[in-house]
Design a protein around this ligand. Structure first.
Ligand SMILES: Cc1ncc(COP(=O)(O)O)c(C=O)c1O
Length: 404
């Protein structure tokens, strides 16, 4: 194993909160982010998953005969849980070989007049192929929901924000994301009528809850305190190492989600904290892009390693680097050296969706060999500004030795 780093690095690059962010202020988070991204008004919800649930409920009211939701087979377990909570059926789509995008032929085979929505996913800040999903959706009369949970700030080649090409999009503001209010999400829709419907769904379905808002506010205070090199060992590294010692990688990366999605309104204080921090987001994302531009060539020089990148001239965000190693054996050998050492190396999702035992009731037992291959060969490297060049070089050296 690499010698343990004295200060833990986070697996992703989140914008650290400042004491001054916690002062009361204008709760303009959603409007401020919409202005930064150049989008129509955004709807704030209590999580990215809650956004997806509002989207699914709204669309299924528009098309009640359509019950199927097509998702990439390698994605966040919360997506499957949202589909189940909406009372809809999950239909998995396998991936392109060695890629996070859905395979075009598999996507066409998965979609028909029963399909309600297709969910292309901007994984790891990368810009997904939404055009193909839109083409297939239009041909069968389905909707497109862009899952941009991991891609707040990512832009397509024409400079527009991700989330605007499909009918609905959403971003996550969960802990560790670029901008966080501990848990939160932003919903996006181009069409004003659809925006109105999404707002009506939330007004009907999402209650105020003092209990939840207190809990999230305390968690946000804890996050503001501990999301820094001196605190991450306690909040992130130690629980990770305990889970790995018990042989529970699903818990180690936090893939073990509850099967019920809490729904509640986001309070004024958390909205104002988010608004204060949001003022620093554009500069922070630029800093990450510049760091990624410096480090990508080094990663690409490592023989046998594939680094996920954007389609030409799209500009994704860089919370971390998502890599594929040549095979599971070498990926696992690299993780044995790097996972516990505090260097911000992790795995994005442990399994393809059918392989989480706890999701058996929500995920059909479909054969998705390419998603399994992606899960078996991928790892992530933090692009946190706290990672120095020496740390990054140490990680690259381990990966280089894997190829020997
Ligand atoms: C791809 C993807 N979709 C959806 C979600 C759900 O977002 P949230 O955690 O804000 O509920 C996540 C969470 O990280 C995600 O990674």
């Amino acid at each position: 194993m690499l010698p343990r780093r004295s200060h833990e690095l986070p697996p992703t690059a989140g914008l650290p909160l400042r004491l001054s962010d916690l002062r009361p202020g204008a709760p303009t988070l959603a409007a401020d982010i919409a202005a930064q991204l150049g989008t129509p008004p955004l709807q704030l919800e209590c999580s990215g998953t809650a956004c997806l649930l509002m989207a699914l409920v709204t669309l299924s009211e528009l098309q009640p005969a359509r019950r199927r939701v097509v998702v990439p087979a390698f994605t966040c377990p919360l997506v499957a849980i949202a589909v189940q909570q909406a009372g809809l059926e999950l239909q998995l789509c396998d991936l392109k070989p060695g890629h996070y995008d859905m395979d075009p032929a598999a996507l066409r085979a998965a979609c028909d007049e029963r399909t309600l929505a297709i969910i292309p996913t901007h994984l790891a800040g990368r810009v997904a192929d939404v055009d193909d999903a839109v083409a297939v959706a239009r041909s069968v009369g389905a909707y497109v929901i862009e899952d941009a949970a991991q891609a707040l700030g990512a832009r397509r080649s024409d400079g527009t924000s991700v989330g605007l090409l499909g009918d609905i999009g959403f971003f996550s503001l969960a802990a560790g994301k670029g901008l966080s209010i501990y848990e939160g999400g932003l919903l996006l829709a181009r069409d004003p009528l659809l925006r109105e419907r999404l707002a009506r769904t939330a007004a009907r379905r999402v209650p105020r809850s003092l209990g939840w808002e207190w809990k999230r506010s305390l968690q946000l205070l804890g996050y503001a305190t501990l999301y820094r090199p001196g605190g991450l060992g306690l909040a992130y590294g130690n629980p990770l190492r305990r889970a790995l010692r018990r042989g529970d990688p699903v818990a180690a990366v936090g893939d073990d989600f509850p099967l019920t999605i809490p729904l509640h309104r986001v309070g004024r204080w958390r909205r104002s904290v988010g608004a204060h921090a949001a003022a620093r987001l554009p500069a922070f994302l630029d800093q990450l892009t510049a760091q990624a531009a410096r480090r990508l060539p080094r990663l690409r020089r490592i023989e046998g390693i594939q680094v996920m990148d954007d389609p030409s001239s799209a500009r994704g965000t860089w919370p971390f680097f998502l890599l594929l190693l040549p095979d599971r054996v070498r990926r696992d050998a690299a993780m044995a050296q790097l996972w516990s050492s505090g260097h911000g190396v992790s795995r994005l999702f442990i399994h393809a969706l059918p392989d989480y035992a706890y999701l058996a009731g929500a995920v059909p037992p479909q054969s998705v060999p390419r998603a399994r291959d992606f899960a078996a060969r991928s790892l992530s490297i933090s692009n946190s500004p706290w990672m120095g060049d020496a740390d990054f070089e140490a990680i690259c050296a381990v990966l280089e030795n894997m190829q020997a």
